[in-house]
Design a protein around this ligand. Structure first.
Ligand SMILES: *[C@@H]1O[C@H](CO)[C@@H](O)[C@H](O)[C@H]1NC(C)=O
Ligand SMILES: *[C@@H]1O[C@H](CO)[C@@H](O)[C@H](O)[C@H]1NC(C)=O
Ligand SMILES: *[C@@H]1O[C@H](CO)[C@@H](O)[C@H](O)[C@H]1NC(C)=O
Ligand SMILES: *[C@@H]1O[C@H](CO)[C@@H](O)[C@H](O)[C@H]1NC(C)=O
Ligand SMILES: *[C@@H]1O[C@H](CO)[C@@H](O)[C@H](O)[C@H]1NC(C)=O
Ligand SMILES: *[C@@H]1O[C@H](CO)[C@@H](O)[C@H](O)[C@H]1NC(C)=O
Ligand SMILES: *[C@@H]1O[C@H](CO)[C@@H](O)[C@H](O)[C@H]1NC(C)=O
Ligand SMILES: *[C@@H]1O[C@H](CO)[C@@H](O)[C@H](O)[C@H]1NC(C)=O
Ligand SMILES: *[C@@H]1O[C@H](CO)[C@@H](O)[C@H](O)[C@H]1NC(C)=O
Ligand SMILES: *[C@@H]1O[C@H](CO)[C@@H](O)[C@H](O)[C@H]1NC(C)=O
Ligand SMILES: *[C@@H]1O[C@H](CO)[C@@H](O)[C@H](O)[C@H]1NC(C)=O
Length: 449
């Protein structure tokens, strides 16, 4: 069958570039651990490790100065090996799309636009276990990158664990510089077009089918922002990577065109700074690993800046204050129907000293990396996710959250059989957001492939 060249117009793609290592992690049967490097940048090509969002000067035509946010996107880069010849390929691990595709060396863009050798390409004639599906593949991403080619299947190995005959596309034409391993909801698959679409077993589902994991779930852990590594555990939870208790909340459907959620948005019940409740208006908030910063509606942006004792710089479009050190424990508490995550002001601060001297209304040389969203939506990017340990349950449309235990080196991994072990239902689980479906669509998270 010929799949139409349909563009994934579905909001957001979180995108990540993951760098995973093939070193064995401490795991057991029923769990697959996959480590990655977090790269941040304005585009995939300029993203590197250790980058944080920051503000940069922009001179306007009228001579005034304003600022622009840089390193807005996060990418999780990982390594996999594919086929009988164990071809090693770097992939961008993406929770915001659901298809895996690998770059072919015959991609004409490899000559000019794209450096295909940087992360490696897949040569199917070099794998005796590869089989073509003889169907066309086509995907477009929000940042207008695309990939087209043909579907096939082959064995892939992740951290020493082999998944047999995983479906993926071989892209013989793409202007993305890296192959993509999408692990989002099957409803997001590029084959699932509205006319004659279908879904297939993408990686998490295939692992369940082969008994490698028990359930289509994964836990995402980002080491501290200074370290820029993280890992994802398919099928399991690592109790050493969080403090307090895991609390389960519902994933809400923010897309009116889909009967089930296709992105991971949760109910944000309130935001506080200490005992000061900044907002208690219930909204949907997108957990977006492809976005670096946090975006909040205008009124909340203002109230939060004030609650944090910062002052607004209209030239910078951000709240500024005197930089603090790690000992300052001021934090913003995000409450999701009872599950709370604290994000310290220290984690949120970004250095603007280079700009503040030339901006008369900047009061201090740090700014808060919470920005105004263009509508009433929230996007909680990596700056938030670094403080949270998040278990994504794609079967039950739930996430379980706890405060992250940053820089943890211990492990205590447990297989997820049905429900997430040791997780309890959040206290106000039933007070789930059910507002208009338009209010959480993302505008600022562009992303890739
Ligand atoms: C992936 O492999 C490349 C090349 O061997 C290496 O430089 C990189 O660190 C690896 N990434 C991870 C996350 O291990
Ligand atoms: C793919 O591998 C085959 C067999 O090893 C080889 O003949 C061919 O040149 C390779 N193709 C590319 C584009 O490297
Ligand atoms: C596959 O490619 C690699 C690297 O180009 C080469 O070393 C190997 O011999 C090839 N294997 C087969 C089966 O063609
Ligand atoms: C990829 O191609 C599309 C369509 O031609 C274009 O809009 C987009 O800017 C290109 N992106 C890159 C990174 O080359
Ligand atoms: C890419 O693959 C498709 C499907 O097999 C084929 O029709 C097309 O000619 C190929 N294009 C290139 C540039 O190899
Ligand atoms: C490719 O073919 C295999 C074997 O028939 C099938 O299981 C899989 O779902 C197909 N993949 C896609 C994306 O159609
Ligand atoms: C988060 O901050 C609140 C208010 O300061 C505090 O009561 C709570 O114990 C903190 N939670 C965690 C997990 O640190
Ligand atoms: C600037 O910050 C200082 C202390 O951080 C504060 O006392 C002062 O009121 C602030 N000024 C403005 C204009 O907000
Ligand atoms: C922490 O930083 C905030 C913002 O500058 C400030 O208002 C607060 O007083 C500081 N707390 C301590 C204990 O220094
Ligand atoms: C997190 O960072 C610490 C300190 O650099 C390191 O020892 C640890 O292995 C990292 N953990 C993961 C899961 O990357
Ligand atoms: C984590 O490790 C990094 C690098 O070693 C260090 O800068 C940071 O302070 C540590 N963070 C915590 C919370 O221990």
């Amino acid at each position: 069958m010929k799949a139409s060249f349909w563009i994934l117009s579905l909001l957001i793609c979180l995108s990540f570039a993951f760098s995973a290592s093939l070193n064995k992690l401490d795991t057991e049967d029923g769990v697959v651990a996959f480590s990655f490097h977090v790269h941040r940048g304005n585009t995939l090509e300029d993203a590197t490790r250790y980058n944080r969002p920051y503000l940069s000067k922009r001179s306007n035509e009228d001579g005034t100065l304003s600022s622009t946010i840089l390193n807005e996107q996060s990418f999780y880069l990982a390594n996999i090996s594919v086929g009988s010849s164990q071809q090693q390929i770097g992939v961008l691990l993406d929770t915001g799309s659901a298809d895996m595709w690998l770059m072919s060396q015959s991609n004409p863009y490899c000559d000019s636009t794209v450096d295909c050798n940087k992360y490696g390409t897949f040569n199917e004639s070099n794998s005796t276990t590869f089989e073509s599906n003889n169907t066309d593949f086509s995907i477009g991403y929000v940042d207008h990158r695309f990939a087209t080619g043909e579907w096939g299947h082959d064995d892939i190995t992740i951290n020493g664990v082999t998944v047999n005959q995983q479906s993926f596309a071989v892209a013989n034409k793409s202007n993305s510089s890296i192959s993509v391993l999408g692990i989002g909801f099957a409803g997001l698959e590029s084959t699932n077009d509205p006319t004659n679409g279908y879904t297939y077993a993408n990686l998490p589902i295939k692992m369940v089918e082969q008994g490698i994991i028990k359930k289509s779930v994964y836990s995402l852990y980002l080491n501290s922002s200074q370290v820029s590594t993280g890992n994802i555990l398919f099928g399991g939870v690592d109790h050493e990577k969080y403090t307090g208790s895991l609390q389960t909340v519902e994933i809400v459907n923010t897309d009116s065109d889909s009967s089930k959620p296709i992105t991971v948005a949760v109910t944000l019940s309130s935001i506080s700074v200490g005992s000061n409740v900044v907002t208690s208006q219930t909204s949907a908030a997108l957990l977006d690993s492809g976005t670096t910063a946090i975006y909040a509606p205008s009124a909340v942006f203002t109230a939060l800046g004030e609650a944090l004792g910062a002052s607004y710089s209209s030239a910078l479009g951000a709240y500024t204050f005197n930089c603090i050190d790690e000992s300052n424990d001021t934090a913003v508490t995000f409450d999701f129907t009872g599950a709370q995550i604290n994000v310290t002001l220290y984690e949120l601060q970004i250095d603007v000293s280079e700009l503040s001297s030339s901006v008369s209304d900047a009061n201090g040389s740090c700014a808060i990396s919470i920005f105004k969203s263009s509508d009433s939506s929230y996007i909680l990017g990596d700056v938030f996710l670094t403080s949270a340990y998040v278990v994504y349950d794609l079967e039950n449309y739930q996430v379980s959250l706890a405060q992250s235990n940053q820089n943890s080196t211990e492990t205590n991994i447990e297989v997820i059989q049905s429900t997430v072990p040791s997780a309890s239902t959040a206290k106000y689980y039933s007070s789930t957001w059910s507002g208009s479906s338009s209010s959480s669509s993302s505008s600022s998270s562009a992303s890739t492939s």
